[in-house]
Ligand binder design. Structure first.
Ligand code: ADP
Ligand code: MG
Ligand code: MG
Length: 898
């Protein structure tokens, strides 16, 4: 098996097609070589080697790849005319991780590897640039020690020894920026850094380049299994066994002086989707300086630079003198970069995120990948690329990540709230949306409040988990490509970054802006679309959907086979869902209607009644409520089917459990408190979810089914009389047995016939069942004989198939997932192998006796893209989900059909 793939000088053994084997970075570097873009030569060690390493350990794995690594390294030496380990003409390399998908900040990269006490002098002489040589060496020692020698602080209390040393040297000299340090300062730094390494590890900093290389390779492999990487994988459902590739690449230097630079760019705006090249750079800098927020990064383009200055309130003269664009400072290189980004986008036909370095005016590309983007940008870019003729409709639709549409549907601050809002500060609009929350200053404290805003000077990969929990993220430093910005956009989380007027004091847990102090727990609000920060908790309103959103929905309509319904219990929800393109209601839960106002009283009366007559009296009170509710829903869903489920939950859920309320109820019903208590006690069950619920209620108390059927049919006739098209579907829950459904069916038909006779009118209606008991799947051929439709209740079906109580799974599910026993939460993502098989079987069985059987699903899974794909595959007619998931399900269903 081949474990090493070389690239350089316009040639490459790999290509973009080999992403799985070479990782995103490695395949991108290969492809860029192939299309004539300047890339420093190097080689990629495959992800398969990483997996071997994880399985067999370092010794076995390295023995297998050693000779090829040496050969590849030799090829780099030839192309660069430098020598790895040489004293006079040292080849320096970077050792870079690179998984299949980008994992921001998860894996670590080491730059300037190959330097030591001797070669730093050689490099200094050969380049005639001692400052650069020593700057590179001090960077190398820090990175290598942090990553390979484990000197990176792991908690927020720990101080990074290297940061402390450099701050000390800068302080002593009275300067602020790293670039203000001269050769002697850098030599001092190196000496102190080496002392720190010796003090910490008991050994000298490793001087042998070969040893440096292999230890670095090993560290990259190890980083695949560090906690941050693991957490990111769980969060993003990335399999453990993908592994990371290692890229070893000749260094180019952005820290050689004023015609050298390093930067990152996007071929389009990753936040709005606008078709405009943008990005940030720093002169005389290296590697992650731009994203690390060490200095204020400058804009690549002149337009971008002017916009930035306006947002930051920087005057034009100051901007030009201190923060010029690359277009102004290195116009020729800028032009070349502009051409390269165009070529890359043209080649990959998608928005690219690029990393580059300029060494003495010469441009080098170090990375390209499809750029992460917000939901809004995703929609805009897909539609623009289509309009530009670069991709066709189907490709454009496939570019939509259904879950990301969620961001577009989310609320924004109301204009009224904004009018009176007290402005606190302005930062960069890093990731859109509106968020209010209570201030926390440390990521691991994000849970402290139900709604928190994480406020940081800057964020780092350690903060990932807290960033995910917080409602929004606010940083004082860092640009549009800072860690906070990139990660927040990926998560679709509201983020304002680089708000320079904030003075954050971690020790005192305060935030000071223009003399005003905000403490932990104070409410603030962020507008991620404008960069505004406000005091207090602001009111929000629904998002306005843009024209391009409509285009995506049109495509979804055109290419889908399944249609999408909604789960709605109120006319308002039904209307929202209809606006999003829902074609009917897949589930109306009647019990939700019983909790409102006066109704609960009648409901309790019904439950506590000691005989049929008592129940009938109470049910008669409930009938008009139900009928009115159904009328509203039928009206909102004019023309589409509406599935109404008969009463489902255990009755125990409706009765009061506190004495005061029980007393009140007793009075109303003319009972004693003890009688009420006794009744409530009788209703308690050991296993309510497997107890007296679902059709078991309707079977033991047919009068409930009668009342509900009457309410449904009367409502339908009333709305029909208004000239609307009503399609009622009555759904019997929790059926596991033919006789159960047959029993309920008789009650329903008899009641409906009675109403038809009374009204001297009829309406077509369906009776079907929810499939949520495993037995129902097994005998679906029998049930199918009398059911007109099946609707899979995958919440209960998951609970009963796996034997996992929905209410108790929280105790062990997280453990299962972190430890790889389950890959994902089966209540979120349908368990295809188990529950999926049940669904498939039920569809097949049901259709065997009833070819016209309509099949759909109304569990939580109906709005989850990967589950929707499965439902498409097994041939369901529709999925039903909550109103805000409707667009997501529609796109997921269409993509599944492409
Ligand atoms: P990440 O996966 O975190 O993006 P990278 O491997 O891309 O890490 O490295 C981070 C940065 O280091 C790059 O953007 C680039 O600026 C710099 N870098 C990496 N390799 C080289 C190299 N061979 N020459 C110059 N700079 C490099
Ligand atoms: Mg990084
Ligand atoms: Mg990178």
């Amino acid at each position: 098996s081949k474990y090493i793939y070389t690239f350089g000088d316009g040639k490459a053994e790999g290509s973009a097609a080999m992403k799985n084997l070479l990782g995103g970075k490695g395949s991108g570097l290969a492809e860029m070589n192939l299309i004539g873009i300047p890339v420093p030569p190097g080689f990629t060690i495959t992800t398969e080697a990483c997996n071997l390493y994880t399985k067999n350990g370092a010794e076995n794995t390295f023995a297998l790849i050693k000779a090829d690594v040496e050969k590849a390294l030799h090829q780099v030496e030839e192309l660069t005319k430098m020598e790895f380990g040489s004293a006079e003409n040292p080849l320096l390399v970077s050792v870079r991780s690179g998984a299949r998908v980008s994992m921001p900040g998860m894996m670590d990269t080491i730059l300037n590897l190959g330097l030591n006490d001797v070669s730093v002098e050689g490099l200094s002489k050969r380049t005639n640039n001692p400052r650069f040589a020593w700057d590179s060496y001090r960077r190398f020692i820090q990175m290598f020690s942090d990553i390979v020698l484990d000197m990176k602080p792991t908690t927020k209390e720990d101080i990074d020894p290297f940061e402390e040393i450099i701050e000390g040297v800068k302080h002593a000299k009275g300067v602020k920026q790293d670039t203000e340090l001269d050769v002697d300062d850098l030599k001092t730094l190196v000496a102190k850094y080496k002392e720190a390494v010796k003090a910490k590890t008991g050994k000298d900093f490793p001087q042998e380049p070969q040893q440096q290389l292999w230890r670095a390779i090993q560290a990259v492999f190890d980083s695949w299994n560090n906690d941050r990487a693991k957490y990111y994988r769980i969060l993003n459902k990335i399999p453990e066994d993908w592994g990371t590739a290692v890229n070893v690449q000749a260094m180019v230097f952005g820290n050689m002086g004023n015609t050298s630079a390093t930067g990152v760019g996007f071929t389009r705006d990753a936040s709005t989707g606008e078709n405009i090249f943008n990005g940030e750079y720093l002169i005389n800098a290296q590697g992650e300086d731009v994203v690390a927020g060490i200095r204020t990064p400058q804009q690549i383009t002149l337009i971008g630079s002017k916009r930035w200055a306006e947002l930051q309130g920087v005057a034009e003269e100051v901007r030009k003198a201190q923060f010029p664009s690359l277009e102004e400072s290195l116009p020729e290189t800028y032009q070349e970069l502009k051409n390269v980004q165009e070529k890359l986008e043209q080649h990959f036909k998608d928005m690219q995120d690029i990393e580059f370095t300029i060494q003495n005016g010469k441009l080098w590309l170090l990375q390209c990948r499809n750029g992460k983007r917000t939901g809004a940008a995703m929609v805009q870019i897909a539609c623009d690329l289509f309009r530009e003729g670069k991709i066709d409709e189907k490709t454009a639709l496939k570019r939509i990540e259904p879950n990301k549409l969620d961001e577009l549907l989310h609320p924004i601050f109301t204009p009224e709230a904004l009018k009176t809002a007290k402005f606190v500060a302005k930062g960069l609009p890093a990731s859109p949306g509106a968020a209010s929350g209570q201030i926390v200053f440390f990521a691991d404290e994000a849970k402290k409040f139900a709604q928190s805003i994480l406020v940081r000077i800057e964020t780092s990969p350690e903060d990932l988990e807290g960033m995910n929990i917080a409602r929004g993220i606010l940083t004082a430093r860092g640009g549009m490509t800072s860690h906070a910005a990139v990660v927040a956009r990926g998560m679709g989380k509201c983020c304002v970054c680089g708000a320079g007027s904030l003075n954050i004091n971690y020790k005192q847990r305060t935030l000071e802006v223009n003399g005003k102090i905000y403490a932990e727990g104070d409410w603030i609000s962020l507008n991620g679309s404008t960069g505004d920060v406000f005091e207090g908790k602001l009111q929000t309103q629904e998002a306005q959907l843009s024209g391009d959103f409509g285009l995506i929905m049109d495509w979804a309509e055109k290419y889908t086979r399944m249609y999408v319904r909604t789960n709605a219990d109120t006319p308002k929800d039904a209307q929202i869902a209809r606006k999003f393109g829902a074609k009917g209601i897949g589930l109306t839960r009647t019990e939700h209607m019983f909790f409102e106002g006066e109704r609960i009283k009648a409901m309790r009366e019904m439950i506590l009644a000691s005989d049929l007559a008592g129940r009938q009296t109470a049910l008669a009170k409930l009938l008009p409520f139900q009928r009115t509710d159904f009328e509203g829903i039928f009206e909102a869903m004019n023309g589409y089917g509406v599935t109404i489920r008969l009463l489902d939950p255990p009755l125990h859920e409706f009765v009061p459990h506190e004495t005061a309320q029980q007393q009140e109820l007793a009075q109303e019903m003319g009972l004693t408190l003890d009688q009420v208590k006794q009744k409530v006690h009788e209703l308690a069950e050991f296993n309510p979810m497997l107890g007296h619920r679902g059709c078991r209620l309707g079977i033991t108390y047919p009068e409930i089914t009668e009342m509900q059927t009457r309410a449904i049919i009367e409502a339908a006739l009333n709305i029909k009389a208004k000239g609307l098209d009503v399609k009622p579907e009555i759904m019997v829950p929790l059926v596991g047995n033919f006789n159960e459904l047959e029993h309920q069916l008789k009650v329903v038909r008899k009641t409906a016939d009675a109403v038809f006779k009374e009204r001297n009118d009829t309406i077509h209606y369906l009776v079907g069942t929810m499939i949520e008991v495993p037995r129902a799947c097994l005998v679906a051929d029998q049930i199918g004989q009398i059911a007109e439709f099946f609707s899979f209740g995958t919440n209960d079906l998951t609970q009963m198939t796996l034997g996992f109580s929905r209410d108790d799974a929280g105790k062990f599910l997280p453990y299962y997932i972190t430890n790889g026993i389950l890959k994902v939460d089966p209540f979120q993502v349908l368990d295809r192998q188990g529950v999926g098989k049940m669904v498939e079987l039920a569809v097949k069985n049901g259709k065997s006796t009833n070819p016209n059987l309509k099949v759909g699903i109304c569990g939580e899974h109906g709005g989850e893209p990967s589950s929707v794909e499965f439902f498409h595959i097994v041939g369901l007619d529709y999925v039903s989900c909550s109103p805000f998931r409707v667009p997501i399900a529609r796109v997921a269903a269409a993509i599944a059909n492409l």
